[in-house]
Design a protein around this ligand. Sequence first.
Ligand code: ADP
Ligand code: MG
Length: 252
Amino acid sequence: MGKQMRVLATKNLSVSFGGNSVLKDINIHIERGEIVTIVGPNGSGKSTLLRAIIGAQPLTSGQVEMISKQIIGYVPQRLNIDETLPMTVYRFLSLPKRQQKDNMEAALQQAGLSGLGKQQLSTLSGGQFQRVLLARALIEKPDLLLLDEATQGLDHSGSADFYRQIERVRQELGCAILMVSHELHTVMRTSDRVICLNGSICCEGAPEVVKVAPEYRLLFGLDNAEMFASYHHHDHDHDHHDHATPRHEEAV
Ligand code: ADP
Ligand code: MG
């Protein structure tokens, strides 16, 4: 991978909503070619952090620093589109900005969707649609790719496939990848580093280090740490810390 090159860093990044602190003094950095994953319970500020990084969320204090102008590709957690609307994949990729066919085709190929450009969105499987969103984020050849729970709604093998695709993207483009995930088990295998977030950073480091960190275990529950993907199924036999159960305050 060569010499490390910083793509982005945040300096004491803080965000509040109406006096309510959601992110406090977040310091993260990401180097070229790295896959960094943010994990944390619902409402812990993961999406807000990604939105702050792309400039869609004003900061209360702190900074987002980039060494030079970096292109950022972003796959949002939710996208409001009417799936019954007749629209081909090519057309969707050309919104909001018209794109050249060659670039769209290259992005589709990188997302593992070669030849699907003329297909109607409404005919795609959940996994294919997530890859269309990935392709959309890849068109501009990003230096940094941000993925917000990109495998939400996919079954286990679907999301495992998706993460393999992400690793191929990293290899082919050499871009840095910062993603948010609920699937800790899969994430542990895919990530170079894991950042455990709960309003502030609880712990971070190599997956094998985070996995045994007390802060991480408190947040996710001792035995449930690896099973978090199925967190709707609570195991009440175990002694949970207060924070081990994700808060369900809204549809996130
Ligand atoms: P996560 O992605 O980790 O589930 P979010 O970043 O979406 O969490 O939200 C973190 C907290 O910030 C939640 O309590 C949410 O209600 C709140 N929040 C997010 N966006 C806004 C907003 N635009 N206005 C007010 N509160 C918000
Ligand atoms: Mg979120």
